[in-house]
Design a protein around this ligand. Structure first.
Ligand code: FEO
Length: 418
């Protein structure tokens, strides 16, 4: 049975949620599923804003048929050609042969790469600033390359100042009836998943996110409509402020994340001591992760949030323990930067962990190492405790150092994007 919601006069959410999907892009765990948003605008012309993932096609097509109520579909605007939003293009062309697909040059290049059909007569190629009149409403297009793929394009509905923002401002987690962020306990339910989505999916492209945010800064925006997760119609500066921090790699919070690999508990023991000693000094909200236990996407999300990171790993096969190596490579590849880092290494006969962690982390920008790497040979010995205390003191001093760039969280009142 169809299930739609009217988000503004004659603009209907016709998307759906998938609580069963285990992993996004077959990689990122989805404990609460994910939503695929799509919207249908009824005007003199009808326009659909993106489609959805194949998993929810049946519901989606029923939703569209219900809202169209016998009308034809005139336009399909493709803001993003990743298949989680494009799975239904061919079926829509079958049902509405005169349908015009609206995209940029790259959109159609990707469309023909992914699918076997080619229908150039149905393509309407747009570029930066072009407008598409629908009747009383008009859509204006803004290219947003690499937020998250190169063909990404935002659409701005001029009359009601609605920004269709593709993956930007999106979120893991399905919707449960409440499709507006202000209807939800966003901080309790969605904020962590929003950060995990941003850091792992879009995090690499901070400069490109900044470019598009600056480009759109002149626009008045009343509503932000992403392709995943809740829609923003209130307190927009709150989520924009988060995007400002995330896309400029500024931590949201002063705090420590300890991340370790440990084969027999000896490296873990050192990390526990560091955490306990920091806690004894009054440091709060300390996070600890075992790379063999926690999916890297969660660790990366917290690395995006907090200012100080402590990595601990044993040497393995004359190199770095695989889970730690994979995590650090992923962080470097996502362009994480501007963090304070301390290192803990462990080895029994060949010493490589600190060397390899240093090499990967040094490839990241604006990293400041705290103190000297602390190393144990197989297990911590009592005579090393003073040295460990020195490292803890150095981390604590760094946390307390004046650093204006770490002041975070504080939403303004503007509805401009920057
Ligand atoms: Fe939701 Fe980049 O796809």
């Amino acid at each position: 049975m169809y299930y739609v919601q009217e988000i503004a006069s004659d603009i209907f959410w016709v998307g759906g949620t998938d609580k069963r999907l285990e992993r996004f892009e077959n990689m990122f765990p989805l404990p609460q599923g994910v939503a695929f948003n799509s919207h249908l605008i009824l005007d003199e012309k009808t326009a659909l804003m993106d489609t959805v993932d194949a998993a929810i096609s049946a519901q989606f097509l029923e939703n569209i048929e219900h809202v169209l109520n016998g009308r034809s579909l005139d336009y399909l605007v493709v803001g993003h050609m990743e298949p989680d939003h494009c799975a239904n293009i061919e079926e829509l062309l079958r049902r509405y042969p005169d349908l015009k697909i609206v995209g940029n040059k790259k959109t159609f290049q990707f469309l023909e790469q992914f699918y076997t059909f080619s229908k150039p007569d149905n393509y309407l190629i747009v570029k930066e600033g072009d407008e598409l009149p629908l009747g009383r409403r008009t859509l204006r297009f803004f290219m947003a390359p690499f937020v998250h793929w190169p063909e990404v394009m935002f659409s701005y509905e001029v009359t009601e100042k609605i920004l269709f923002s593709a993956d930007a401002f999106g979120c893991f987690g399905s919707l449960s009836g409440n499709i507006f962020a202000d209807q939800t306990d966003f901080e309790g339910v969605y904020l962590d998943e929003s950060r995990r989505y941003y850091s792992n999916i879009v995090g690499k492209y901070g400069p490109q996110v900044q470019t598009v945010l600056k480009k759109l800064a002149k626009l008045e925006i009343e509503m932000i409509v992403p392709l995943h997760g809740p829609i923003w119609r209130e307190n927009l500066p709150y989520i924009i402020d988060k995007y400002q921090h995330w896309s400029t790699y500024q931590p949201e919070k002063k705090g420590v994340v300890l991340v370790y690999a440990s084969m027999y508990g000896n490296t873990e023991n050192v990390m526990n001591l560091i955490a306990g000693k920091l806690a004894a000094k009054g440091v709060q909200d300390i996070r600890m992760y075992d790379v063999s236990k926690t999916h890297p996407s969660y660790i990366i999300a917290d690395a995006w949030k907090f200012s100080h990171l402590v990595f601990g790993s044993p040497t393995y096969n004359l190199g770095l323990y695989h889970g730690m190596q994979a995590l650090l490579h992923e962080m470097a590849s996502l362009n994480l930067q501007n963090r304070k880092v301390a290192l803990v290494g462990n080895y029994t006969w060949a010493n490589a962990a600190v060397r390899d962690m240093t090499e990967i982390i040094e490839s990241m920008k604006k990293i400041e190492f705290i103190g000297e790497p602390f190393e144990i040979q197989s297990a911590l010995k009592a005579e090393q405790l003073p040295e460990l205390d020195q490292l803890v003191e150095a981390i604590y001093a760094s946390l307390n150092a004046d650093s204006a760039e770490l002041v975070a969280e504080g939403a303004g009142t503007s509805t401009k994007l920057i």
